[in-house]
Ligand binder design. Structure first.
Ligand SMILES: *Cc1c(COP(=O)(O)O)cnc(C)c1O
Length: 365
């Protein structure tokens, strides 16, 4: 039976003037909205206790499995306020399906697509006032699930918590559309064959942080990972998919195998590409081909894409060669095609262009 996420009565609400002050400078979800949707699962009873309550701490046992063995997954999507005040989410069914796949990989109970969508709808209905309007502003929704029962033997949890939280979001990168420098690591991997690379789980992020720190030491804000076996094939960034644009009008991105996250933004970019004279070219791309292409000028642009950062031009690739730092600047670091695809995508998301693919789902009443 489908879950109903009813609002627990008498929850408290932040005054409108305080929310307005947060909208002035939201950062990337530095403030969470008043409510959260939650549900609990037990191996005996299945999913139950769905509700919307005030945002607040969980009662969590120090022995809770998630704190020891990391049995956790998450999703990320945005809600956009259109000019007429209505609220819309972007392809949420794709997040729902990916959440199920992540559940399966991480031995968590699956949450049916309709319950995933209902939980988001219930949270947005409770916290409509938290969805900002304005340039590049949205409400970021974070559904997640973790093992909450206490034990130290290694096995899948029998008590699971599902929750949805969220808050107002501005631009992910402070550099905005100016683009980002990317550190290419061939020391660390985020995923390997048979591993969890295709699941959206916290563990993948935890293992990427050291490379992220190394990148920061080289003045880069993101890291490009290659395959764990040979460090020769381009995979993706820590939390974003990778694309390259060639002079002969191809849009190259590696296939999502078991080691690359199948991004909703990635899928949407591949759909939009032909409108900009670009032919999607989903195939393995080696680091040597990438470097040589940038060097000779056959690869003119590169970009990173994901829900959080939307589409961000890559200005340069920084990497270590023979013990020294090398920097390759993209021939077109401003990313002319990149920004054209970005504009087309965000125009659909904010309702400024016709939703020709049926991607938008209304979430306001
Ligand atoms: C979430 C994520 C992406 C982007 O996926 P979207 O659905 O476009 O937000 C890309 N790579 C990784 C590793 C991710 O976790």
């Amino acid at each position: 039976m489908a879950l109903t996420f009813d609002l627990v009565p008498n929850t408290t609400r932040t005054p409108a003037t305080d929310i307005a002050a947060i909208f002035e400078n939201p950062g990337f979800v530095n403030h969470f909205s008043d409510h959260m949707a939650i549900a609990e699962w037990t191996s005996e009873g299945g999913w139950d206790k769905a509700r919307v309550v005030n945002y607040g701490p969980f009662p969590l046992a120090p022995g809770a499995a998630v704190l020891h063995y990391g049995q956790e997954i998450f999703e990320g999507l945005k809600v956009y306020r259109h000019a007429d005040g209505s609220l819309w989410s972007f392809r949420p069914e794709m997040n729902a399906r990916r959440f199920i796949k992540s559940c399966e990989r991480m031995a968590l109970p699956t949450l049916p697509e309709e319950d995933f969508l209902a939980s988001i709808l219930a949270l947005i209905r409770a916290d409509e006032a938290w969805v900002p309007s304005g340039e590049e502003m949205s409400y970021y929704v974070r559904p997640y699930m973790f093992a909450s029962d206490a034990f130290l033997g290694v096995h899948a949890g029998a008590k699971i918590t599902y929750a949805v939280i969220g808050g107002p979001a501005g631009a992910y990168f402070s550099s905005g559309l100016a683009g980002v420098d990317i550190w290419v690591t061939t020391t660390y991997s985020r995923a390997g064959e048979g591993g969890t690379g295709a699941a959206k789980c916290g563990g993948n992020y935890a293992s990427s942080l050291i490379a992220q720190q190394e990148g920061a030491e080289h003045g880069c804000s993101q890291v490009l990972f290659s395959d764990a076996a040979s460090h020769e094939w381009v995979e993706e960034l820590g939390g974003m998919n990778f694309f390259a644009v060639t002079t002969d009008g191809r849009l190259v991105t590696p296939p999502t195998s078991g080691t690359i996250l199948d991004g909703v933004t990635r899928n949407s970019v591949l759909t939009l590409a032909p409108e900009f004279g670009l032919t999607p070219d989903v195939r393995p791309l080696s680091l040597s081909e990438l470097y040589a292409g940038i060097d000779s000028g056959t690869i003119v642009e590169a970009f990173a894409c994901g829900t959080a950062a939307v589409i961000t031009p890559i200005t340069s690739l920084v990497y270590e060669r023979e013990g020294a730092e090398s920097k390759l600047t993209l021939p077109n670091p401003e990313g002319e095609k990149t920004l054209a695809i970005r504009a087309a995508l965000v125009d659909i998301q904010w309702g400024r262009a016709e939703d020709r693919y049926g991607w938008m789902h209304k979430v306001s009443a």
